[in-house]
Design a protein around this ligand. Structure first.
Ligand SMILES: [Fe+2]
Length: 401
């Protein structure tokens, strides 16, 4: 970026977005980019011999620090992210794509490590979750859009990642504090870790599970909590969310059959997002539902099992046509939803790319349906109905690097 500037470490302010660090005492160091959030973090850089840093002023957000608060045992509740300035979608989409791929690789690595009985790199999980939450705050239309890119072969990895991203987006919608969002995202990222101990023939069974198999599946919750206790120092609040992600308000959930107020709100949030992503995902043995079909089932479940108010808020947050979903327009073109319109949910912003009558790809055109009275959405559609290679479409046509 042209506006990046080199800042002396003594002049670095908390809230700066650092791209690179330089030291003249030792060789040039290049770390992964990120925000320096406190004076303590700046001091750590000084201690390492860092003398100058490269800062991106567009992403930097001044933070008023309170030295006493920084050293206090319990951090105060903060809402810093709500002050972020919105980043341009093109810029954020490039970053979101890299983040998504990195987070997917981390999911795979973690599940392999767990399988081998190795310790989980929790700091990598926390860092990845922080970066994804920041991305959702910088532009809520970028990273969540990628959750629509599903491949049935890697369901477990993608599902956990998607639940994490959508839970972060939903928590932002609910105006949760920074700390609450971090807790929810971390728990969501790790919520199904215990599935590595479920035999694959049951986990991926193409069809209905019998009662015995379902009993085995249920064990993934306790397996996950035990594995995380053994191989990480994940906090008790996050462990609690993972332990409760299949509980239901009616007491009909598992493993403990908890009821109502016994289930924490963070677990209710993860549970709703978990169900949504499972219903809308395509698996080897089933097609993914459209969002509208999933909402219908979730509203039915909210009569006794799910938190009704949260389900309604989730549907409002996601929109009738969620980000990244495909729609057929009244001019017979296919389009992908790229921005929700909370005032007028049936009129989102879309990108058109395919003509269904002549069956050919067209020049990509962005349309704000709320400004076009003669164009509307006819239906939600699935990519395979038109043999659309969705990943290729995203990478090469809709959001090229
Ligand atoms: Fe689960």
């Amino acid at each position: 970026m042209k506006n990046n500037k080199i800042v002396l470490i003594d002049e670095l302010q908390p809230g700066s977005y650092v791209i690179e660090v330089y030291s003249e005492r030792v060789s040039l160091n290049v770390t992964s980019s990120g925000w320096v959030t406190s004076n303590k973090a700046i001091q750590m850089l000084k201690d390492k011999g860092v003398e100058k840093v490269l800062v991106d002023p567009n992403r930097s957000q001044p933070i008023k620090t309170n030295v006493a608060a920084e050293t206090a045992e319990h951090k105060p509740k903060t809402n810093n992210r709500y002050q972020y300035k919105t980043t341009d979608i093109k810029l954020e989409m490039g970053r979101a794509k890299r983040l998504y791929q990195g987070a997917l690789s981390l999911q795979k690595r973690i599940l392999n490590e767990v399988k081998l009985g190795q310790n989980i790199n929790l700091s990598a999980v926390k860092k990845t979750c922080l970066e994804m939450i920041d991305s959702v705050f910088y532009n809520p239309n970028a990273l969540p859009c990628l959750t629509a890119l599903r491949e049935k072969e890697s369901y477990l990895f993608q599902h956990s990642l998607n639940v994490c991203i959508l839970a972060a987006m939903f928590s932002r919608y609910l105006k949760k504090t920074d700390e609450e969002i971090e807790l929810i995202a971390q728990a969501a990222f790790l919520h199904d870790v215990g599935k590595v101990q479920i035999p694959p023939e049951i986990l991926d069974k193409p069809g209905r599970l019998n009662a015995d198999e379902f009993e085995i599946i249920k064990q993934h919750v306790q397996f996950g909590v035990d594995l995380l206790k053994k191989h990480t120092d994940l906090g008790s609040d996050a462990l609690n969310v993972i332990a409760q992600h299949h509980e239901q308000l009616s007491g009909g959930g598992y493993p403990a059959g908890l009821k109502g107020e016994q289930i924490c709100q963070a677990a209710r949030i993860v549970s709703i997002v978990d169900i949504y992503d499972a219903l809308t995902s395509e698996r080897v043995y089933k097609k993914g539902m459209t969002a509208a079909q999933a909402y219908k089932i979730m509203l039915k479940m909210s009569e006794d099992a799910l938190d009704k108010a949260l389900v309604k808020q989730f549907i409002n947050c996601m929109g009738i046509y969620p980000l990244g979903s495909l729609v057929l327009l009244s001019n017979k073109r296919l389009a992908v939803v790229v921005e929700n319109n909370s005032q007028w949910p049936i009129k989102p912003k879309v990108k058109t790319f395919y003509h269904t009558v002549s069956r050919h790809y067209t020049e990509v055109k962005e349309c704000d349906l709320s400004k076009l009275s003669n164009l509307e959405i006819e239906a939600s559609v699935q990519a395979d109905e038109y043999n659309i290679p969705i990943k290729k479409l995203y990478d090469e046509l809709l959001f090229p690097a």
